[in-house]
Structures are given as C-alpha cells and as structure tokens.
Design a protein around this ligand. Structure first.
Ligand SMILES: Cc1cc2nc3c(=O)[nH]c(=O)nc-3n(C[C@H](O)[C@H](O)[C@H](O)COP(=O)(O)OP(=O)(O)OC[C@H]3O[C@@H](n4cnc5c(N)ncnc54)[C@H](O)[C@@H]3O)c2cc1C
Length: 488
C-alpha cells in the first residue's frame, strides 16, 4: 500500500493535508518508543519511476517514457477522436473537467461552507454539461462519446466514468492535484515490510501490559441488535452474545448486509443505503521473479506502466531499491472496475501461452487476489454511483434508532480506498465532549478552521467556541433527529 502523506514542516510535524491524521498516527510517541520506532519503517514510494522509463502500451503502440521524447497519440484518431482533442491531450481535458470542482470543494473547506454534491456520473457530466475552458481552445460544446471513451481508456479503468462525478473529484484531492494552501504537495511513502507493520505496532501497543483481551481476533459477527434504550447486543459465530454501550462497525458494507441486522434499529434509508451503495472491484496479481529484471534490462526503478491489455497496470516495487537486495516481486497486474471483473475470472486457472522463455526462466511464484470474491470484503472499495453521496451516504452518517450503533470505515469516509483515519462523533454531544474529542484525536481537514459565518460576525478565530463544520453538521443531524425528519 502507498500513502500520499503531506509534507513535514521544519519541526517534523505533518503539514495540513488529506492524510495528515495518518501521518500523526505514524508519529505518535507511543508507537515510536521501542527499539525500532514506527516512523523509521516508513520508506519512499515511487509513484512515478525514480529511474528509467516505464511503459505505455495502447492500441498496439508501445512507448517508453522518456524526458527527451513525447508519447505518440496511440492511434487516437482511429478511436474517433478529432485531432484538436488529441493535441490538447487526455490529462488536460480530464483536469479541466474535475479541477473546478476540486477547487470549489477546497474553497468550501477553507471558508467552511457547504454547497452540496452533484448527482451526475462523470460520463454524463462530460456528455451533457461540461464545456471546455476557453484556454484549451477546443470547440465550446459537450464532449463526444468517442472523446470520453478515449479519456477513460488512458485516465482510468474501464467503466470508471460511470461512477459519480463526486468520486472523481474526491480522488483528485487525495492526489493533491488541485493545489491549495490547505492541501499542499504530498510525499509518497510506504511501510518497509508492508502496511500490516502499522497494524502490528498498534496491536502491540493496545495489548501491552497483559491487555490481550482488548482485541478479539477471528470473531465473525453474525448479528447486531438493540439491547434496550442504551445498549447493543453483538453475536459472533460459535460464541455467546455480548452487550456493549456502543457499537462502531467498520465491517465493509456488503458484508454488513450478510449479518442479521433485523433488530438493529436501522431506518428505511439506512437499509436501502447498505443495499445500494456501490463498491468497486479490484484485483492484484503479484509475481515473484529470480531478479528485478525490469531494472536490469530497462533501468526501471519504481513507478508504473499502463496499458489497454487486460492487465491494465503494472506496479514496480519501491521496496529495497537502494539496498543490496531489491524486491523481485512485481505487481504484474493491478486492475479496477470492469477490468478487474474480467481478469478476476482467470484467477486460479492455468495461464497459457507464456511464450517468453526468459520470463519463464525468471518466474518463481505467483499470487493473485480478487477482493470481489473475498467473503470478508465482497468488493474492494466503495465506489459511489451518481448521487450516492446525496441521500444514501447521508443516511449512514447518522446512528441507528437508539443512537448506539454507528457506521464507520472506508465506505463512510469521503476518501474511499485510502487510509485517512476520518473520525466519527455521534450527534447531540455536549460542547465539552466535542472539545475533549478534538483534544484527544485532533481535527480532520474537513472540520478545521472556523465557519465563515463566525468570522463574518467579527469574532476571533482563536475563540475555543468557534463554530466548526463538524459542529454545524452535528447540530443539523441532531435537529433532524429531534424534529422527526430522520425517521426510525
Ligand atoms: C486492492 C486495494 C488496494 C488499496 N490500496 C491502498 C493504498 O495504496 N493506500 C491506501 O491508503 N489505501 C489503500 N486501500 C484502501 C484501504 O485498504 C482501506 O481504505 C482500509 O483498509 C479501510 O479500512 P477499514 O477498517 O474501513 O476496512 P477494512 O480494512 O476492509 O476492514 C474491515 C474488516 O472487517 C472484517 N469483517 C468482515 N466481515 C466481518 C464479520 N462478519 N465479522 C467481523 N469482522 C468482519 C474484515 O475481515 C476486515 O478485517 C486499498 C484497498 C484495496 C482493496
């Protein structure tokens, strides 16, 4: 896993950014007071090749990325794309579509106002609403299907433009494409030894001093129900049911639907949201070779190659690049959406026609995984459809009827498919609880700064009573519940 962490200031603290909270967790003193501090396990991840040129291979044309040449147009004209669009290029067109929304969203965050989400899919927006900026010097008209298909092929996975436009906008923020004073540049990192290193450190800390019972491993939850006015009952397979004052579920939503929630006090919107919220498929195929032949033969260190062949993306390892034993494991395919659905069907089957004897000689082992067919995930990441952020997402950002069961995790984060440690706070909490919560857990970028209304009133931004977006959200939620607008 790779993490676009914010840059650090001169004191070694992470600057504001989407993954600031992950950075703060990595810096957390109690995870760094052992012989091998957690932060020392963080290593550079090369999102783009550090050395050598990765490959682009589309429509039977191959190009090795180089500083001294430009990529070909990969026969875009034969895909029905007019030359004026080809001259501008996919990247600029896609940025022109998405960036205005990213900027507006950042502006909302900076000014702490809320203007709502769009119900367009990315494809529908490009087809029926988007007009290219004058600076691109393209015809002032919506994009043709051929242009949209061409953009999707080079920019993302097959079928990805049918997801909500909002997803594309939020994704662009994760990569800090939009540029902003509050979302600066990112530094790509990963953990030496893999992402479970972070979990291992946290587990060791939580279970230190004989607290082994605090985390119960290998328990499959089979039902969650209201125990009364202020408790929840949780049953696990083969064990007694347990009573808790609150349940916070980070179980992936497709799996949550397989659990008995009939007595959990969910309302109609929440039940529909669990059924309806869309998840995206993904697969990875890792292959271990005898040597890092991509470095030996092509000079490639880190980065990724992209193609329209079924494997779509190849990820070169960043592990051990400066050591005597660089990783020899290649992610030979990383696919999403329709590409993952199709290639996933081949997992476990024999792969024929490996004609490259060199590769066969080098080959040691293969390991492929399809998150769609993993019963503990039933999909890779939330991948919201058009409008899903509007009603369905909102329904899951409030608790159940007795306010003791809360939805959390990757799907309820606005940064799907990333580890950002967004937090959750039940509505209707007194001011002191919120303050305590902020002190303990810090603030998310979504909730920083005072509301513009507050500043407009001429009050100090240092005032501890400053109205944050979080408080506005909680007040609205609470009002919705007490007025009966949120029904159970
Ligand atoms: C292919 C892929 C690549 C990714 N790459 C990156 C990356 O490079 N960088 C990044 O930041 N993020 C990445 N992510 C996203 C990241 O993994 C998620 O955002 C993160 O794991 C979400 O954490 P979570 O706790 O919400 O859910 P999960 O990590 O999915 O945890 C959910 C847990 O619920 C458990 N569970 C399921 N059913 C039950 C049940 N009935 N009872 C009890 N437990 C149950 C599961 O076993 C699982 O442990 C990637 C995700 C995928 C799928």
């Amino acid at each position: 896993m790779r993490f676009p962490l914010p840059q650090k200031d001169s004191d070694g603290n992470y600057k504001t950014g989407i993954m600031k909270r992950l950075g703060e967790l990595i810096n957390y003193p109690k995870l760094n007071d052992g012989q091998v501090p957690l932060k020392s396990t963080l290593i550079d991840y090369y999102y783009k090749a550090r050395a050598g040129g990765s490959f682009l291979y589309f429509n039977n044309e191959r190009y090795q990325v180089s500083d001294t040449s430009h990529p070909p147009d990969f026969r875009a004209r034969e895909m029905g794309v007019e030359s004026e669009y080809v001259a501008v290029g996919v990247e600029k067109i896609v940025d022109d579509v998405v960036e205005p929304f990213s900027r507006m969203l950042i502006n909302d965050l900076e000014k702490q106002v809320h203007k709502g989400m769009t119900a367009y899919s990315l494809r529908a927006y490009m087809s029926f609403k988007y007009i290219p900026s004058v600076s691109l010097e393209l015809p002032p008209m919506h994009l043709a299907t051929s242009v949209i298909n061409w953009c999707e092929t080079f920019d993302n996975s097959t079928g990805s433009y049918d997801r909500g436009l909002t997803e594309a906008v939020l994704e662009s923020l994760a990569f800090a494409k939009a540029g902003s004073e509050i979302i600066g540049d990112v530094e790509w990192k990963c953990f030496k030894g893999g992402s479970h290193v972070l979990i291992d450190y946290m587990t060791n800390y939580i279970t230190a001093n004989g607290n082994n019972d605090l985390i119960k491993f290998n328990k499959s939850v089979t039902s969650i129900s209201q125990g009364g006015e202020d408790t929840m009952e949780v049953s696990v397979r083969g064990g007694p049911s347990r009573t808790y004052s609150h349940v916070i579920s980070t179980i992936p939503l497709p799996c949550l639907r397989t659990i008995d929630l009939s007595g959990a006090g969910l309302n109609v919107m929440q039940k529909n949201a669990l059924r309806k919220l869309q998840y995206g498929p993904s697969i990875k195929v890792g292959v271990r070779f005898q040597s890092a032949w991509w470095t030996d033969r092509f000079g490639i260190v880190g980065g990724q190659s992209f193609t329209d062949l079924p494997i779509r993306t190849i990820v070169y390892p960043s592990y051990g690049v400066d050591s005597a034993s660089p990783s020899t494991v290649l992610i030979a395919s990383y696919c999403w959406t329709n590409d993952a659905e199709r290639l996933g069907a081949l997992i476990g089957t024999e792969v024929h026609n490996i004609t490259y004897s060199f590769l066969s000689d080098q080959y040691l082992d293969i390991y492929a995984w399809d998150w769609n067919y993993d019963p503990l995930t039933m999909g890779a990441f939330a991948y919201f459809g058009p409008g899903d952020f509007q009603d369905l997402y909102t329904a899951l950002s409030v608790p159940n009827a007795n306010k003791r069961f809360h939805f959390a995790g990757e799907a309820i984060s606005t940064r799907h498919a990333w580890v950002v440690y967004e937090y959750l706070l039940a509505s209707g909490q007194p001011q002191t609880t919120i303050e305590k919560f902020f002190n303990l857990w810090g603030k998310n970028i979504e909730w920083v700064g005072p509301s513009s209304w507050y500043v407009d009133e001429g009050r100090s931004t240092e005032d501890p009573n400053t109205n944050t977006m979080l408080r506005v959200h909680m007040a609205c939620t609470y009002a919705g519940e007490t007025s009966g607008e949120v029904k159970f």
